[in-house]
Write a protein that binds this ligand. Structure first.
Ligand SMILES: *Cc1c(COP(=O)(O)O)cnc(C)c1O
Length: 385
């Protein structure tokens, strides 16, 4: 008999909330723009199959992935929409990208030539590509300053079988409180580079915006937006609290674990490796069945929180690989089998993904993508049907 998913520790994923967040992006981006959800890294750890199943109902423009393997996986799920691979693809992956009808992004003339050679060898009817322009991110893309050099060579390097159908850039500071001026600067660099392209704007899709940029400056985002984190319940710009500037997302992923043990501990009892915490009085401790081996940040040691029976309770001592100790002295009636919530709501209490990330000294993206394989993903909401 299989063990029920909610027996030990799990992630609950609300597909209605996912779709609600998508609808906020679509509304703020404006009716004239499409939405291309980024579903890289297994849809930020939430499980690409279920996430795409729910997003299909919102009729997205296409999907964005980071790797050829991720794109092939979408095709294997039966997705027919454009699938854009946003990072440069390594040599030898081209044939797979072409066979799966993916849309690679191109950052230099050498990889364009490689893709052309692969398209010719492959005998395919061609491959669509998007040209990335580096306007300050520094990790990929043709250098915007050199556009007069590379742009005129694009058509020749592409040949007949590689079609340049899109152009994009990526903003580095869209989620910063003072991100407006660097973003406008990058937008200006992008526009300047576009002038050099030998291709008519009418034959290109243009895109620039992650979650933060699509919510803050939709007018800079081109033909479609590329949101990721906001769809999955991360604030697009965590240091901007003003909801009129950046809306808060609905929580999509809740991280929960059972209490496996509840004990009364005398004053002086110590918790965890290094015995870094000692009970200051007689305390009631609960062992939650989740640890850093599940993706619970080890940085939570002596500073994280969970919710038990709708109350906030502190982490005591260091986080172990498989468990963590919570001080439940102030929670009457607490018992083994109760649920500890590390991200998400419990009654009226709530720990947002961004609060959890801040506690751990990291970002929401890392909390989500580090959730381990040991945590079953449990899906709920209308989107599941
Ligand atoms: C991951 C990614 C996005 C999505 O960014 P979020 O901050 O998660 O919205 C958009 N564009 C590119 C190129 C990306 O790599």
């Amino acid at each position: 008999m299989p063990i029920e998913s909610r027996t030990r520790a799990w992630v609950e994923i609300d597909l209605d909330a996912l779709r609600a967040n998508f609808q906020v992006v679509r509304q703020l981006a404006g009716a004239e723009r499409g939405v291309l959800p980024m579903v890289k890294a297994n849809a930020y750890g939430l499980g690409v199959e279920h996430i795409v199943g729910a997003l299909e109902r919102e009729d997205p423009w296409g999907y964005g992935v980071a790797t050829v393997e991720e794109g092939v996986a979408l095709r294997d799920l039966g997705i027919e929409r454009p699938v854009l691979v946003v990072t440069p693809i390594p040599p030898a992956a081209e044939g797979h990208a072409i066979a799966a009808r993916l849309t690679p992004s191109i950052s230099d003339l050498a990889s364009l030539a490689r893709l052309r050679a692969a398209a010719e060898t492959h005998g395919s009817d061609g491959v669509d590509v998007h040209v990335e322009i580096d306007t300050g991110m520094g990790r990929s893309g043709f250098d915007w300053r050199q556009a007069a050099g590379w742009a005129p060579s694009l058509a020749d390097a592409a040949g007949k079988r590689v079609r340049i159908v899109g152009v994009f850039t990526h903003f580095h500071s869209a989620d910063e409180p003072d991100g407006e001026s660097p973003t406008l600067e990058q937008a200006a660099r992008f526009a300047e580079a576009l002038e050099h392209l030998p291709i008519d704007r009418a034959h290109l899709v243009v895109h620039t915006a992650n979650s933060a940029a699509s919510l803050r400056w939709p007018h800079l985002s081109g033909d479609f937006v590329r949101p990721g984190i906001f769809l999955y319940g991360g604030h697009a710009a965590p240091s901007i609290a003003d909801e009129d500037v950046v809306p808060a997302p609905r929580t999509v992923a809740s991280i929960r674990a059972r209490l496996s043990l509840v004990r009364e501990m005398p004053a002086g009892s110590t918790a965890g490796y290094g015995a870094t915490y000692a009970a200051v009085r007689a305390e009631r401790w609960a062992t939650a069945a989740i640890g850093y081996g599940d993706g619970l940040p080890r940085a939570y040691g002596n500073r994280g929180w969970a919710l038990v029976r709708g109350q906030r309770v502190p982490v005591r001592g260091r986080v172990s690989m498989d468990s963590v100790v919570l001080d439940v002295s102030d929670v009457p009636e607490v018992t083994a089998g109760d649920v500890a919530t590390f991200v998400g709501a419990d009654g009226d209490a709530h720990i947002t993904l961004d609060e959890a990330a801040a506690l751990a000294g990291t970002i929401s993206y890392e909390i989500l993508t580090r959730m381990g394989n040991r945590l079953p993903r449990v899906y709920g909401g209308e989107g599941e049907r």
